[in-house]
Design a protein around this ligand. Structure first.
Ligand SMILES: [Zn+2]
Ligand SMILES: [Zn+2]
Length: 306
């Protein structure tokens, strides 16, 4: 089965630290990439983490705070210089396109590839060969969105005994049925549903961007295989989280628990914490399947029960 990998390119909030860059995450599946946010420095991380500049790629921007978006222009410019030829899709708040257009014009940046912009809104915002992306409004100090990157449904379980009983010989015809095609065998037409179970949903990765937690987001992120959530503050600094419209590690863990996700990755840490050990320990007291993201961390997302 295809690998689904999440690589953290930047895990700080607001300003970079010696060890952490600004927010950016790469989701990779069979040569196609979805980038979540583009903090300053993202292009260097894209190169050093082997993500690549000429892949089939889409970029999802959560909101127009500098720490999440200022890396985008440099990344596009470098893609242009690398003679990227494939079109690139970008999803984000409507004003993102204005910012890109004005700045690219001022700096004389022309792109040799097609750029498709989709304004973010609640609902399905993008479909690619491998993924469907859904968005919902976040609760932040400016217009902001949360995203779910969802692998397309995969075919149901193949039942060899049913195929044999219907007179379909093993080999080429079995693989045709598994690919969703009907076949002729034993003097009749056999369709995939005769020999396969119902299709199974793909793996789901949720990304909060910057937000306060809410019951609505709990429902949105329900049963994600991996949830990447705003953990700017320690639980003891909840007053700051409230004031700046962020979440604490404890709130992220409570939401993950209520949403029944499989795994939680905390990210977007405030530079005030030189170590995030106590944040992850506090979160694990509520939701044990918690890890703290760090720059360069790579996670594989598997199917439930595998
Ligand atoms: Zn931020
Ligand atoms: Zn923000």
């Amino acid at each position: 089965m295809p690998k689904l990998t999440v690589t953290f390119l930047g895990t700080s909030s607001a300003a970079p630290t010696k060890g952490r860059g600004l927010p950016a995450i790469a989701v990779q599946r069979e040569g196609s990439v979805i980038l979540l946010d583009c903090g300053e420095g993202v292009q260097r991380q894209v190169l050093s983490q082997g993500v690549g500049l000429n892949k089939e790629m889409s970029i999802l921007i959560t909101h127009l705070h500098g720490d999440h978006v200022t890396g985008l222009l440099g990344l596009l410019q470098t893609m242009g210089m690398a003679q990227r030829s494939k079109p690139l899709s970008i999803v984000g708040p409507r004003n993102l396109l204005n910012w890109l257009t004005v700045t690219a014009e001022l700096l004389g940046i022309g792109l040799p590839f097609q750029l498709n912009f989709f304004p973010a809104r609640a609902g399905t915002v993008l479909r690619t060969k491998d993924f469907r992306v859904r968005a919902t409004k976040a609760a932040h100090s400016v217009e902001a969105y949360c995203y779910i990157v969802e692998e397309k449904d995969r075919p149901g379980v193949f039942h060899p005994e049913k195929a044999r009983a219907l007179g379909v010989p093993e080999g080429r015809l079995w693989s045709a049925l598994q690919r969703g095609r009907k076949v002729q065998a034993g003097g009749r037409t056999v369709v995939p549903s005769d020999v396969m179970g119902p299709s199974r949903s793909g793996r789901r990765i949720g990304y909060s961007g910057d937000t306060r937690p809410s019951a609505r987001l709990e429902r949105f992120f329900s049963k994600c295989d991996l949830l990447i959530f705003d953990s700017t503050f320690h639980g003891k600094d909840r007053d700051k989280a409230l004031e700046r419209k962020h979440s604490t590690c404890l709130e992220a863990a409570e939401l993950a628990k209520n949403a029944k996700v499989r795994r939680l990755a905390l990210t977007h840490f405030s530079a005030r914490y030189t170590s995030v050990g106590s944040l992850v320990r506090q979160a694990r007291s509520v939701f044990p399947e918690t890890i703290a993201a760090r720059d360069g961390l790579r996670l594989e997302v598997d199917y439930p029960g595998s």
